[in-house]
Design a protein around this ligand. Structure first.
Ligand SMILES: *[C@@H]1O[C@H](CO)[C@@H](O)[C@H](O)[C@H]1NC(C)=O
Ligand SMILES: *[C@@H]1O[C@H](CO)[C@@H](O)[C@H](O)[C@H]1NC(C)=O
Ligand SMILES: *[C@@H]1O[C@H](CO)[C@@H](O)[C@H](O)[C@H]1NC(C)=O
Ligand SMILES: *[C@@H]1O[C@H](CO)[C@@H](O)[C@H](O)[C@H]1NC(C)=O
Length: 754
């Protein structure tokens, strides 16, 4: 990758010289808001004219352009000097200019855990055919031959679809079918930054075909067909299915080797919105969250939202507070939690004790072998510490031959790589001490397993007392009904929201640990004998679960706005686990809305939420006005001229399905409006759980409805009694209930002064 970067840089400079002697051009995105031209051609001409005003000539403008965005919003990307970029940003018709940066992808049973396979039997609601719903997946492409993308039982492609099956390397028109109805790919932004794909020395397809596995996994999770009796090396055998198993897939490949350039993402989203998909699933993001209108995902998702398309996106795998990505309020941000299936690869010690281990380990170890710590097997001249990590060329083959090597985790080598290193050195097995091992699933070249700190202690104690400690690594067994489940995955990115702390993010959590789904058989980098299905973890896996459920909601409620779908999913989410207690983090501590937002997705309840918190583009504009965007910036965002009205609507008054206030100064009232989605008269009453040190009163405390579609407004009055520490938040909740439906919103407040 480093060599590729150098090559990319060289080519880059070469091109810049050819372009008239400027050596410091970079790839910028020039974003210009809603479409103002009726056809793409006139928009492209206008782009060239605008660009010519800074490059000096129309020809140079044409040369500098990489992408035109002209289907769903306006803009272009081009190679520009910082001075040219600055000049363009001052133009009246430009909303923002920003560099195209790299984003990262956020790397059967999960659906059973959510009980989705019986959703249609349970639900009494009329529904439009789920097969009319199109899920657009922006990712690393797709492996079209997977059984998960069979078109069996599906009718003709929905007429509303305006997409295409773009052919390329090992991808013909025959690779699209009634399941994969569209396939496109975008590489110009990536190649501008990293050099031509050819130069990187890795397997790739210049087409929508997936050489990585990630896109195949997410697409099959969202909308894969039902495939019975599949497994990974016989582990986790069962039925693989997508959430909306008869919905259609439109594939937008914008990521190469796990990285996705902003310029490519924006082009993919421009097309997805233009093609008329219903839901967009995007398991990709940047941390920390960039300014909304200098972020390809936020811009693309804004125009999707405007056109009634929900964008469901992963929060990221960055572990820490403030790291959640895709946190704009017009995006549904998904965190990751566990399911109730564990895959244990345990260790049988010479003293008959069994230690719990985690991993995907199909290989059978026939007999026990001697144990040796990596640190005790250092090659001559290698520090003990290096050998303890089992890094490359640190182990002494004569010491590890025929033994099981115990390694510790470091940040240099990937766990599966270590298993290769140990195997190469002659080791017959590997045990790696790995904090939170249960949240990560790795596959190995030799029998291997991961242990958590408690087991590590026991193992060390055993090894210290025995002269010849021995062990056997057992093949992976599937343990069902594991408790507690769900718990929050340690890696799942957390709030507060880096850009707008008053909008609680992430919004929701869904299965993202040990997820079984389709895979690209050529993605061999991490997995020896790769198969067509794989088990992996990440918010990347959680996001398509929610996208699939959103597709089902859309098929039941075709008229619902993206905000209504978000509201239904969020207000019905659960905050308790399968032991009936509050959802916890991997370390057993109680989770907060900054871990899971409104809670764990509950597909059944979301179909019939009772009340909806709706908002539209004009509400988003008000939010942006109070969020510091200038009228000049917002003017061209939508087709209607935007003027920020004074006084500004405070951003906590966006009609969001959760309630957040940042830096509360004394008493304050938050407004919300709910829409009734039910039959006949009913009455909802408010039930509040006060955040610590804050008193909450809802007025009116009861809302009476007579017919569906009716709207009622209320106020949530806060009286702070105690300041919160620094930027920390205290949490509570508001639940509206009519005895049947429970419509719950988490409350999160930060109190600056009383
Ligand atoms: C965008 O801004 C430019 C410059 O002020 C103006 O000429 C154009 O009409 C605007 N477009 C829209 C759709 O408002
Ligand atoms: C892709 O196509 C080439 C040329 O037809 C062929 O040699 C190669 O085996 C194909 N690769 C895969 C993975 O199908
Ligand atoms: C499932 O597949 C396995 C392995 O291919 C096979 O042995 C088994 O009979 C199959 N089970 C069913 C129910 O088809
Ligand atoms: C030991 O590890 C350190 C840090 O990873 C590295 O800088 C050093 O080169 C290593 N030494 C050997 C002999 O491998």
């Amino acid at each position: 990758m480093i060599l590729a970067k150098v090559l990319g840089l060289l080519l880059f400079i070469g091109f810049a010289f050819a372009d008239g002697g400027t050596t410091n051009t970079k790839h910028y995105i020039v974003y210009m808001g809603d479409l103002s031209h009726h056809d793409s051609e006139s928009a492209i001409t206008a782009n060239h004219e605008l660009l010519a005003s800074v490059t000096g000539s129309y020809d140079r403008a044409q040369e500098a352009v990489i992408y035109h965005y002209s289907r769903s919003f306006r803009g272009f990307s081009a190679l520009l000097t910082p001075e040219q970029a600055q000049q363009l940003s001052e133009s009246d018709s430009v909303i923002s200019v920003f560099e195209s940066r790299m984003q990262q992808v956020h790397t059967t049973h999960s659906w059973k855990f959510l009980r989705i396979s019986s959703i249609h039997q349970y639900s009494q609601l009329p529904k439009q055919s789920e097969s009319d719903i199109i899920v657009g997946v922006v990712d690393t492409g797709i492996w079209p031959e997977s059984k998960s993308f069979s078109e069996k039982g599906l009718g003709p492609v929905p007429k509303k679809f305006k997409g295409k099956c773009v052919t390329g390397d090992n991808f013909t028109l025959a690779n699209c079918n009634r399941k994969i109805i569209g396939a496109r790919f975008y590489s110009k932004g990536f190649e501008e930054a990293e050099g031509p794909l050819e130069s990187l020395g890795r397997l790739y397809f210049r087409s929508a075909r997936d050489s990585d596995g990630h896109g195949t996994h997410t697409a099959s999770t969202a909308a894969g067909s039902v495939v019975t009796n599949v497994s990974l090396f016989g582990i986790a055998r069962g039925t693989a299915r997508g959430g909306a198993s008869s919905a259609r897939l439109a594939v937008y490949k914008a990521c190469w080797f796990g990285s996705c350039a902003d310029a490519d993402m924006l082009s993919a989203l421009d097309d997805a919105v233009g093609d008329g998909v219903d839901i967009i699933s995007m398991s990709i993001g940047s941390t920390p969250q960039p300014v909304y209108f200098e972020d390809a995902n936020s811009i693309g998702a804004f125009h999707a939202f405007q056109k009634g398309i929900l964008v469901s996106a992963s929060a990221g795998n960055s572990f820490d507070p403030y790291t959640a990505s895709n946190v704009a309020p017009w995006i549904l941000t998904v965190a990751a939690s566990s399911i109730d299936r564990e895959l244990n690869s345990n260790i049988y010690l010479g003293n008959s004790k069994v230690l719990k281990g985690f991993g995907i380990n199909p290989l059978k170890m026939e007999m026990s072998h001697e144990l040796i710590a990596g640190s005790a097997a250092a090659a001559p001249g290698v520090p003990k510490e290096n050998a303890s990590f089992c890094q490359e060329n640190t182990l002494n083959p004569s010491l590890v031959k025929g033994k099981i090597v115990v390694c510790t985790k470091d940040t240099v080598d990937h766990t599966s790589v270590k298993s290769f290193i140990v195997g190469e050195a002659g080791g017959v097995g590997m045990i790696e001490a790995y904090p939170n091992a249960r949240d990560f699933y790795h596959q190995f070249a030799i029998p291997a397993t991961l242990i958590e700190p408690q087991e590590e202690k026991e193992l060390q104690a055993y090894m210290a007392t025995e002269k010849h400690p021995v062990a056997k690594i057992l093949p992976t067994i599937t343990v069902l009904k594991a408790k507690p489940a769900p718990y929050m995955a340690v890696f799942s990115s957390k709030g507060p929201n880096y850009r707008s702390p008053e909008i609680i993010k992430p919004d929701i959590t869904a299965p993202g640990v040990r997820i079984f789904a389709a895979w690209s058989p050529v993605a061999t980098e991490d997995i020896p004998d790769s198969e067509n299905y794989n088990i992996i973890s990440g918010t990347s896996m959680a996001c398509p679960h929610v996208s699939g459920i959103a597709a089902i909601l859309k098929s039941y409620h075709p008229s619902w706005s993206p905000a209504a779908i978000m509201s239904a999913l969020m207000t019905t989410a659960t905050v308790t686990d399968n032991t009936g207690l509050p959802i916890v983090n991997s370390d057993g501590a109680k989770s907060t809305p900054f871990d899971y937002g409104s809670g764990h997705v509950n597909p059944f309840a979301a179909l019939d939420p009772g009340l909806i918190y709706d908002f539209d583009t004009s509400d988003v504009i008000k939010f942006l006005c109070s969020h510091g965007a200038s009228s000049r910036q917002l003017k061209n965002l939508t087709r209607k001229l935007v003027i920020c009205k004074n006084p500004l609507t405070p951003s906590y008054n966006l009609n969001y399905p959760s309630i957040g206030v940042f830096q509360m100064k004394g008493r304050l009232s938050v407004s919300r409006t709910v829409t009734y989605y039910g039959k006949g008269p009913t009455s909802y009453s408010a039930d509040v759980v006060n955040p610590e040190g804050v008193k909450v009163m809802v007025t009116p405390p009861t809302l009476k409805f007579t017919k569906a579609g009716e709207k009622k407004s209320f106020k949530v009055n806060f009286t702070p009694l105690k300041k919160t520490k620094g930027e920390s938040f205290v949490f509570g909740s508001l639940t509206w209930s009519n005895g049947i439906h429970k419509v719950r919103s988490p409350i999160g407040v930060n109190v600056l002064s009383l």
